[in-house]
Design a protein around this ligand. Structure first.
Ligand code: FAD
Length: 478
């Protein structure tokens, strides 16, 4: 199998997967309107790999002269890290600056496991071999890998092993000669149009009693016993003109249910190993957070752009308080840029010699990006005013009877109604629509809640260095 094209990607989704939407079985996801926008977006990404303008950003040539996907290339050199940035940005620039799940960052916890070969080998030498084989397969094919971490968690006052319904955390039901049987459920964005998921434990106390929940594996999205129960689509009868982001980039989130699913040993990353669950959780976002910050940067750019477009069209762009408000979004954008570049410039080596962004800088960036996105959205909301949410629809603009009236009221000078309405509709999809609400929620929670991100910063920050400096200034000698 070689790198898929867009058409091959679409074909490959007709694989009998069990997808449910609104209580009904979806026979073919490629034909269902809820998935149309994102499948088209992902197909474009697949085609980009084969186009001269993008192929060196998205792929690389291995020692045998074969093109492979960069998504899945281990960051063995500092250049690999820089190239990951260019790869992700080329997709955000070409396909959509608001898209979150397209596979480049979801694989990176496999890098974390690859890095810990010594630890994995202590338990079972098959584990690391499985990781290496999956990375090789993914590099050759660029299968779309999504990420399943979050369990339903049931009663939050109880540990996984104490839950009345054990399936509230995904768990190993049985270990057999040929593989393991798992049951439970996870939340997962994009699962219904992905090929495989890397399933791994959620945050937990990795005590011996929770052993059954300490499991990680790669599973095809059409595996027997896997049910995709999708959330309601945002894009029901939505016109691309009226809600440009909702109509094209609704990334359907799924409750992925596992009913006694068989996972062959060759796809198991670990089974019933609390130490390995703790290890993967501790370093889960080492590289994934670079992807998150790049997405945050692209979104911030779009917020700035929408603020400039709308304010220029309505001729308030010269008003100092409008400029001041837009500059606040620019600060958010430039701070993200600085976090990304600084983490890359001060990159660190891992235990096995891989290159990773500087973790303290990147973790600080993560907290900043999550905490401040909705402030930047609110700055845009302030700049654009209330009009974008009350704009008439495309059908009104195109109507023979009332179209001229809409044109009259929305035209300003030589800026026609169509372009003004398009800019306002984009701004609305960034601030006020259901799409905008989901995006803000994603920004806060997709990287785990902000308090958990703060804990990651706390543990990667050079606390000893800071303490020594303070002690010196205080005149403390020991
Ligand atoms: C749009 C969207 C897409 C997502 N996509 C994916 C995906 O593809 N894959 C995936 O695995 N997950 C996904 N998630 C889930 C995401 O990872 C979780 O939402 C996140 O980990 C937080 O879990 P939670 O929602 O259960 O919130 P909780 O963990 O319940 O947190 C809610 C609040 O409770 C607080 N809290 C939690 N526990 C404690 C505690 N012990 N003590 C004090 N306070 C506490 C938190 O600080 C937070 O403020 C997605 C989420 C969203 C919103």
């Amino acid at each position: 199998m070689t790198l898929l094209t867009g058409a091959e990607y679409i074909d490959s989704l007709r694989d009998g997967r069990e997808v449910w939407m609104d209580g009904e079985r979806v026979e073919d996801v490629t034909k269902h309107p809820a998935f149309a926008g994102m499948i088209k977006a992902a197909a474009r990404m697949y085609d980009m790999q084969h186009e001269e303008a993008f192929q060196d950003q998205l792929t690389y040539v291995d020692e045998a002269g074969v093109r492979r996907s960069r998504f899945y290339k281990l960051p063995e050199t500092h250049e690999d890290l820089v190239n990951r940035r260019h790869m992700t940005m080329s997709i955000l620039n070409e396909v959509s600056s608001t898209m979150d799940r397209f596979g480049d960052e979801t694989v990176t916890p496999l890098f974390v496991m690859h890095d810990r070969k010594d630890l994995l080998d202590k338990y079972d030498t098959r584990y690391h071999a499985n990781v290496a084989r999956w990375l090789d397969k993914l590099q050759r094919t660029n299968l779309f890998m999504s990420s399943a971490n979050t369990d339903l968690k049931g009663d939050r006052s109880k540990q996984p092993f104490q839950q009345p319904d054990k399936d509230h955390y995904l768990r190993v039901v049985e270990e057999r000669e040929d593989g393991i049987i798992v049951s439970g459920a996870k939340y997962e964005t994009g699962a219904s149009y992905a090929h495989v998921a890397f399933v791994k434990p959620t945050v937990g106390a990795w005590i011996p009693e929770n052993t059954d929940f300490a499991v990680a594996f790669v599973v095809p999205m059409n595996a027997k016993g896997v049910k995709h129960i999708c959330r309601a689509p945002l894009a029901r009868n939505v016109d691309e003109f009226d809600r440009p982001l909702t109509a094209k980039f609704d990334e359907i989130d799924t409750l992925l249910v596992f009913e006694n699913v068989f996972i062959p040993w060759e796809d198991v990353v670990f089974s019933r190993k609390p130490d390995l669950a703790a290890a993967i959780r501790a370093d889960l976002t080492r590289w994934a957070a670079q992807g998150f910050l790049l997405r945050s940067l692209a979104k911030a750019d779009t917020l700035v752009g929408a603020a400039l477009l709308v304010s220029e069209q309505s001729r308030v762009d010269t008003v100092p308080q409008v400029k001041d408000r837009i500059s606040k979004i620019m600060v958010y954008r430039e701070a993200l840029n600085a976090f990304i570049l600084a983490a890359e410039a001060a990159a660190q080596r891992t235990i096995s010699g891989l290159w990773m962004p500087n973790q303290a800088i990147q973790n600080a960036g993560r907290v900043y990006a999550s905490t401040n996105y909705h402030h930047a959205v609110h700055d845009l909301r302030d700049v654009i005013g209330g009009s974008p949410i009350v704009v008439p629809s495309r059908k009104s603009l195109e109507s023979n009877e009332i179209g001229p009236i809409v044109e009259k009221y929305f035209r300003i000078g030589n800026t026609g109604a169509e372009n003004r309405m398009r800019a306002m509709n984009l701004a609305c999809d960034l601030t006020n629509s259901a799409y905008a609400g989901r995006a803000q929620c994603y920004q806060i929670f997709a990287e785990t809640p902000i308090f958990a991100q703060s804990m990651a910063l706390y543990s990667t920050f050079d606390r000893d260095g800071a303490k020594m400096r303070a002690a010196k200034m205080a005149g403390i000698r020991e």
